[in-house]
Ligand binder design. Structure first.
Ligand SMILES: [Zn+2]
Length: 424
């Protein structure tokens, strides 16, 4: 265990580096890294790593070889020219435990833009918060994890175990970025992800899947509407049936950890498309949904439940019975996980949290998925999220609390000292 003097020096060093770290976070926010457009943010991450004397390499996502991996999620888009960036800091001595920091560079769309008080990709600092899409989810966390490692060196210490810094893409849609890095051999005894859930220790996360439903109708002029079939309106019954499935899943076999979480499983119809003319009965409608499921439940089982639910709903409608909706699964196909709060890495993290707050960190039971899935399901490390405080992630006027970003960098620096071990 490192001495008080060493830890004090580490914490002071983080304070000295805080402006650089926050400036870097803002520079990352400036890059609008929505799906398929991550290249400039990846470049900024890579340049910063080089500037801080790390040795970053690009890790592509090769669907050809990854397709065989049970964690791979098929997607309808390509991976040409799209990369993760990984830097490994070698150990300066033996005897410590290895650590991997993972953070994602991709962000969700800021639309509708008119809901924002400012340009989502022109970050502004105001009253202790950084505003912008990705400020919370999760570019400040990426800055915190990189600067925590930098702080150890800047304070004049080495580490007794290797540390891997991994900045990935595709976290918001499928997790293939983090998976590609794991498949390339990047793994460690402990994994920390600074998702913006606050300074808590995540032990449980849900399974999540995406699906698309296509409904067909008969296009006619509205003057003879009874002769047509309105694909948009035919979708209502399907969505209602899926809502019932959601309610049933929330009622049955709820794991102990989720019993106190109100409405843990959420169905979201996130995209709805259909029709192109007010006076034409729409012949095609499609909607895309996200549904979560409890740890211990398989992806295949929930797929079956969705298929069954839609089939049953279609049978109740003569048109849909004859013209059943098409169901497509793409993107997320992650299963959930449940870990003990007292794993050694979590206890160490909690102890570091206590140094700064005087209190134990809260256990976090999550109702979403994160890149933890890759590590907990297929890796070898004890993996959790511990991150800054953010508001309005995936919404308008997203912001991250600056004090909380500095706090995370400090706790991470202490964790590096205690988990990996310092070398004077
Ligand atoms: Zn995130």
């Amino acid at each position: 265990m490192p001495g008080d003097k060493q830890e004090k020096k580490l914490l002071e060093t983080v304070d000295h580096l805080a402006d650089d770290m926050l400036n870097y976070a803002s520079r990352l926010v400036r890059e609008p890294s929505t799906l398929g457009k991550e290249a400039s943010a990846v470049r900024v991450a890579e340049e910063e790593l080089k500037k801080l004397s790390f040795d970053p390499v690009r890790v592509p996502i090769d669907p050809g070889s990854l397709a065989k991996h049970p964690g791979f999620a098929p997607v309808p888009w390509g991976y040409e020219g799209r990369n993760n960036v990984v830097a490994v800091r070698k150990a300066d001595a033996d005897g410590g435990q290895s650590l991997l920091f993972n953070g994602h560079l991709d962000v969700v769309s800021p639309e509708p833009l008119e809901f924002w008080d400012r340009d989502p990709f022109d970050p502004v600092v105001e009253n202790g918060w950084i505003y912008g899409r990705g400020a919370g989810d999760m570019k400040s966390g990426v800055a915190a994890m990189i600067y925590a490692v930098h702080a150890v060196e800047k304070a004049g210490f080495g580490l007794k175990a290797p540390v891997t810094i991994e900045t990935v893409i595709e976290e918001e849609c499928c997790g293939n970025g983090a998976l590609a890095c794991l498949a390339a051999g990047y793994d460690a005894d402990a994994v920390l992800i600074p998702e913006p859930f606050g300074p808590t220790i995540l032990t449980n996360q849900l399974g999540v899947l995406w699906f698309k439903v296509s409904v067909r109708g008969v296009p006619v002029h509205v003057q003879s509407a009874p002769a047509g079939t309105n694909a948009i309106e035919k979708s209502y019954a399907i969505i209602a049936a899926l809502r019932e499935l959601e309610a049933e899943l929330n009622r049955s076999d709820v794991p102990q950890k989720y019993k106190d979480v109100p409405h843990p499983l959420n169905l979201n119809i996130g995209i709805f498309k259909g029709g192109d003319w007010p006076s034409t009965v729409p012949a095609i409608a499609e909607f895309h949904g996200r549904l979560s499921f409890f740890p211990g439940v398989s992806y295949g089982h929930i797929c079956e439940r969705i298929v069954e639910t839609i089939k049953e709903a279609a049978k109740q409608d003569p048109w849909l019975a004859e013209n059943p909706p098409l169901i497509d699964f793409y993107g997320f196909r992650s299963e959930g996980h449940s870990l003990d709060f007292d794993l050694p890495a979590f206890s160490t993290l909690n102890a570091c949290h206590r140094v700064l707050t005087g209190e134990d960190a809260r256990e976090y039971i999550s109702t979403c998925t994160t890149d933890l899935r890759v590590f907990t399901l297929f890796g070898s490390g004890q993996a959790t999220c511990y991150g800054p405080v953010a508001e309005n992630i995936h919404g308008a006027n997203e912001r991250v609390n600056i004090g909380s970003v500095i706090h995370v960098a400090k706790v991470y620096a202490l964790f590096l000292a205690r988990w990996c071990g310092l070398k004077e």
